[in-house]
Design a protein around this ligand. Sequence first.
Ligand SMILES: Cc1cc2nc3c(=O)[nH]c(=O)nc-3n(C[C@H](O)[C@H](O)[C@H](O)COP(=O)(O)OP(=O)(O)OC[C@H]3O[C@@H](n4cnc5c(N)ncnc54)[C@H](O)[C@@H]3O)c2cc1C
Length: 503
Amino acid sequence: MSWDAIVVGAGHNGLVAAARLGQAGRRVLLLEALEGPGGLLGAPAAGQGAGSGGTGPGVRIAAQPTWLNPIVTMGLGLDRYGLGPGVAQPTRAWGPDGPVTLTAGSALGVAPETAAAYAALHARLRRLAGPLARFMGRTPPPLNGAGAGDLLALALDGLALRRLGRADMRELLRILLSNVWDLLEDSLGDGPLAGALAFDATLGGAMGPRSPGTVLPLLYRLAGAPRGADPEILIGALLKAVAATGGVLRCGAPVARILVGDNDRAEGVQLESGEEFRAPLVLSNLHPRRTLTGLLGVAHLDAEDVRRARLMATRGMAARIDLRLATLPEALPAGTRLVVAPRLGAVEAAFDGAKYGGLPERPVLEAVLVPGAVPRLAVTATFVPHAPAGSWTGKSRGTLETRVVAALDEALPGLRSEVTGIETMTPDDIEARYGLPGGHWHHGEFRTDQMLMLRPFARVARYRLPVAGLYLCGAGSHPGGDITGLPGWNAAGQALKDEGKRR
Ligand SMILES: Cc1cc2nc3c(=O)[nH]c(=O)nc-3n(C[C@H](O)[C@H](O)[C@H](O)COP(=O)(O)OP(=O)(O)OC[C@H]3O[C@@H](n4cnc5c(N)ncnc54)[C@H](O)[C@@H]3O)c2cc1C
């Protein structure tokens, strides 16, 4: 059977792309290597994580997913499939002198002048992030050879920036080029409040708060106005949206090759089993490097593309650790996110170790309770190297787990004695299970030389790949990772636009 389009990978971006193509009347086949959809957001198979507690329920990687961007939820009409507006999730930032509770623009548990400074900073950053939101929901402008449509979009973006006014524009440029440490220290001083914001700015990346360019991820997250999401509801709604347009999902179907015709056009895919499927349009939800040098193959690429794909910065530094608990800790209400990053220096020190392949002495982390018959604490620890001192061993895994539990025990006294089992997914484990080079949160570092019209790199930055009819639609393309659905949405839009031009 032949199809109008094939989407490789049923991560949330693959599902969004399939739904958008289906909405436009295309018959879509979605092929997923694993036994279920959702990618890093999906339910893991039992006992996938390794750890001192042996096999268990498995670790869902994106433990605290942000809500899909409204462009996607409204564009696909996901409210028809049970997707509500999401919930604002308070953050409890632990510090030795007591916690600070943060919700969107307010901080409780700090001096009134610090609370006022935080409210002012939050409002300022939200305002500066406004124009960025315009860039997120569509194909980035080309580096050269802009067409009339591109020029119009660029002009509108320019207008949005101008509306900020001269002082704000100057301030935006200044902070984009500086680092989040300076911004936070200047605005708030040091402590758990600044520590938690520095944690958020560097979450998922391989840059510490003193690294230039770390204000950008914070602005991006604010531009998306993230709210908490229930993974089951989110995936369920996307599956219904795909099915409603006649899309077909096949799991346990790892794609080995993208088929290319003599005319240099994508013609379909071949599974590892040898089975082939044909379609004039192929979208890949996989990491750009795997798509290009793996599934497509270097024979279809210029030497420079191969070099860029291999050199992409994509070494992940986030590990997931699930603690099974005997009882729920009273100090952490359900639905509240705990952040243990008590000072700016704590975040930088954790990064310093990881930079040289060392495990953080005092991990910085976020955690949320997962109630159930066996309650769990889902922890994401950052600045955990992809391969400490060469590779993971039982000993280094045990050291990480001990240090994570020690850090949590300070914030939630008595927690250590409640832990009945641990499951850990290091960046290396994540790479192996999800076929994701480096196990990177964003499918590739999110920094100024890998963003917008440079994401994942200049020659393939607008979703289109060098072979006609072939597109990237995952987090490795603009505007990057987290659970937003925007790369999938934009890529499907671009593919449909190009198809329209051909007809
Ligand atoms: C440790 C960690 C914690 C995170 N926590 C959060 C969080 O709390 N909140 C948040 O918003 N974001 C979080 N993220 C980021 C978020 O999970 C990702 O940005 C997002 O999942 C990317 O979605 P995607 O659809 O582009 O790709 P993915 O979710 O990676 O999906 C890609 C899909 O392709 C499939 N695939 C791979 N190879 C093949 C093949 N050969 N054939 C067919 N299918 C294939 C994979 O199995 C997978 O299903 C986290 C990331 C990490 C690493």
